[in-house]
Design a binder for this molecule. Structure first.
Ligand code: DGL
Length: 283
């Protein structure tokens, strides 16, 4: 394990997801905060998260957070909607108790606030995994931002697996996405939240199906802005001015992660290290 820089500002920002999806969030972080260092953990041995129970996701997230804290993270970003929806309060409570006392940011609230700000007719749509829709987290976050906004949620059980397995995109991917867009068209939404970090890969398809008048909100940009704010407000931004580095931890097949990951990150992947988490083997 690399030794931790004693200055908290020079420690990495930790990011995690069930696999490659969160790389769409890391992409925005690398673009908007190029000087920071990042460590990304993909729990691909237990992918997909989207149909797992809330208690399971909470347990997995706490294990991952311990691993990343052990690697000296100064901030934890949950780049997975399903894990954010299930585990954010527990993660925040646990990370605040640690000696480093690090903050935890999720993807739900920044996306919800952005969508409420974007809608003009008060009708927002959500495409997400069954776990995220079932949790009601987006409904809660949207109601907190504006109780008059109406949310139409569509659970998309197979979409993450289809996106991962569907390169190059074929008719099956297009038909699946079209099916999930149908209730959103009927609801006449003018803003859509991509409530799963895999979905930006099918964003052009969705935009074409829903029409250019629909604003599509993905997690990456609002989360990166919130990270920037938190680093500034807590005095945790690095003092370095060059490009930081980024590296990867993976609980599953490292070669498969590397092959798929470059598509999601749209940048070269750095070193990928295989990690075993405490109870991963029992999952
Ligand atoms: N990318 C994750 C999300 O944002 C989960 C996908 C999955 O593992 O099912 O919810």
């Amino acid at each position: 394990m690399p030794s931790r820089p004693p200055d908290p500002r020079e420690r990495p920002i930790a990011v995690f997801d069930s696999g490659v999806g969160g790389l769409t969030v890391l992409h925005e972080l690398l673009v908007q905060l190029p000087q920071e260092d990042f460590v990304y953990l993909a729990d691909s041995a237990r992918f997909p998260y989207g149909e797992r129970s809330g208690s399971e996701l909470e347990r997995f997230s706490l294990e991952i957070a311990e691993e990343l804290l052990g690697r000296g993270a100064k901030l934890l970003v949950v780049a997975c909607n399903s894990a954010t929806a299930a585990a954010l309060p527990a993660l925040r409570a646990r990370m605040m108790q640690t000696t480093l006392g690090i903050d935890v940011l999720g993807v739900v609230q920044p996306g919800a606030v952005r969508a409420v700000a974007a809608t003009r007719n008060g009708r927002v749509g959500l495409m997400a995994t069954p776990a995220t829709v079932r949790s009601g987290s987006y409904a809660e976050a949207i109601a907190a931002a504006d109780p008059f906004v109406e949310l139409t949620s569509v659970a998309c059980p197979d979409l993450t697996a289809i996106i991962e397995g569907g390169f190059p995109f074929d008719a099956r991917v297009v038909d699946t996405v079209r099916r999930y867009c149908e209730p959103l068209r009927e609801a006449e939404i003018d803003t859509l939240i991509l409530g799963c970090t895999h979905y930006p890969l099918v964003r052009p398809m969705i935009q074409r199906m829903l029409g250019r008048g629909v604003e599509i909100v993905a997690s990456g940009t609002p989360v990166a802005l919130q990270v920037e704010h938190v680093l500034g407000a807590r005095g945790l931004a690095t003092r370095e001015t060059g490009e930081g580095d980024y590296r990867f931890l993976c609980t599953g097949d490292v070669d498969a992660f590397r092959a798929l990951g470059t598509r999601f990150l749209q940048m070269p992947l750095g070193p990928v290290e295989r990690v075993a988490l405490r109870t991963e083997a029992a999952a």
